[in-house]
Design a protein around this ligand. Structure first.
Ligand code: URA
Length: 435
């Protein structure tokens, strides 16, 4: 088999066989196929698209390019949650203890952030002492005893995706449904959970800006998951503006904790209750969405979910006192309000631009090597639909290095659109895709 022939076949729009897709994934993971041929092939996929069958073959080959984790020693039905990424997305920090407090085992592998979206691991590491490093035995023990463990994705899981994703990132081939679906699902399937809830974002801050594309991506991933005997549900949720108010590591930890105390932002709380209800259904803790929601709400109001968070922080080596004392988190020396230059309704807040502004303050990484400044970030004071007066505060910026402030502030202001007319309210949950 020759890579040249496989590229040509795809370029001409002919469906590839399982053997041809395996040949590419194996060869590229082993560096036997050079980047220039892989780039041409990925661009051919991008332009010609892949059939459902090809996407399944690609996912399967990618999954088998590294270790496939065996979670069978963990009791119960393990349900994973995955978000396609966004700004202010601190969901795992709230959702994992919330769902675990209702009796569903949460065995979660999370990633780090790059660019305008932050990663769960970075946010968790804002908690003093908390470690996401643990071996398989400890991970299994923690879930069996405490129903919860969150660790970093090891380098041995889907190595083909690491190489391919890096290549896509620099060849303008990220936003293709088949490539995203196979990238995400290969990692989820290799992580060993029995069932998966996918939070597929839609809107200006998401990979998929259009609702139809988000539904198609969800459908593709749900089909792959169910086709591989993992019950999978896709929930399409809004990412047209940042989620909640806080963007930045410590700030998002605080918002996640406040949500478990019952004081969370409306959109973020709704997201956690929605995704959590589906997780409880898939783990067979409840039979219906309504039952799940009630159980989650009761866990928040009784303090059970917050206790589970304390327990989770403690077993992962962190200082659980942060739950009651936010001063223990890394902070910022300057808190500066950013004011509106005109009166009107906030009609748009570009999530990606807010993410970039927070990154410029040090809350995110521009390159993999960048060190984070965990106390920095942004707390939005006005969100879409709110009325603002001229000179009124739009957001508060948390800054340590004042040299970074002016440019980040300009960027933040450019994220906001203020108009005379009240914008149409967008739903948080746009729909659900099941098999
Ligand atoms: N997240 C992933 O893991 N892969 C993609 O291709 C896009 C988002």
């Amino acid at each position: 088999m020759r890579m040249y022939d496989i590229i040509k076949k795809k370029r001409d729009g002919i469906e590839l066989s399982k053997e041809e897709i395996n040949f590419f994934v194996d060869g590229y993971a082993k560096s036997e196929i050079p980047d220039y041929q892989a780039s041409a092939f990925i661009m051919a996929i991008f332009l010609q698209k892949m059939t459902k069958q090809e996407t399944v073959y690609l996912t399967d080959a990618m999954m088998r390019s590294g270790d496939v984790i065996d979670l069978s020693k963990i009791d119960g039905i393990k349900v994973d949650k995955h978000s396609t990424g966004g700004v202010g997305d601190k969901t795992t920090i709230t959702l994992a203890p919330l769902v675990a407090s209702c009796g569903a085992p949460v065995a979660k592998m999370s990633g780090r952030g790059l660019g305008h979206t932050g990663g769960t691991l970075d946010k968790l590491e804002a908690i003093p002492g908390l470690s996401i490093e643990m071996n398989q035995d400890k991970f299994t023990d923690n879930v069996n005893t405490h129903k919860i463990a969150v660790c970093g994705q090891t380098a041995t899981i889907v190595p083909a995706d690491k190489k391919l994703y890096a290549l896509r990132d620099v060849t303008a081939t990220v936003d293709n449904i088949s490539l995203i679906a196979s990238s995400i699902m290969s990692k989820k399937l290799a992580s060993g959970s029995d069932a998966i809830v996918l939070d597929v974002k839609t809107g200006s801050g998401a990979f998929m800006k259009e609702l139809d594309d988000s539904f198609n991506l969800a459908k593709e991933m749900v089909d792959i998951g169910n086709g591989m005997d993992r019950e999978t549900i896709g929930v399409i949720t809004d990412m047209d503006q940042p989620l909640g108010f806080a963007v930045g590591n410590s700030l998002e930890v605080i918002e996640a904790i406040e949500t478990l105390k019952g004081n969370g932002p409306k959109d973020f709380t709704e997201l956690c209750l929605s995704l959590g209800s589906y997780m409880l259904i898939l783990s067979k803790v409840v039979n219906t969405y309504e039952e799940g929601r009630k159980m989650l709400e009761e866990s928040i109001s009784s303090g059970k979910a917050l206790d589970k968070l304390r327990e989770f922080i403690e077993i992962q080596g962190g200082n659980k006192d942060v739950v009651d004392n936010y001063d223990l988190l890394p902070g910022a020396t300057n808190k500066i309000d950013v004011k509106s230059i005109k009166k009107g309704y906030v009609s748009k807040i570009e999530a990606e631009t807010v993410g970039i502004s927070a990154m410029m303050l040090g809350a995110g990484r521009e390159t993999k090597e960048d060190e984070l400044d965990l106390g920095t970030g942004i707390v939005l004071k006005k969100k879409v639909g709110d009325m603002v007066e001229e000179g009124e505060t739009l957001a508060c910026m948390y800054v340590n290095d004042m040299k970074k402030f002016e440019a980040a502030k300009e960027r933040l202001l450019s994220a906001y659109t203020i108009s005379d007319q009240r914008p149409v309210e967008r739903k948080l949950v746009h729909g659900v895709v099941t098999k």
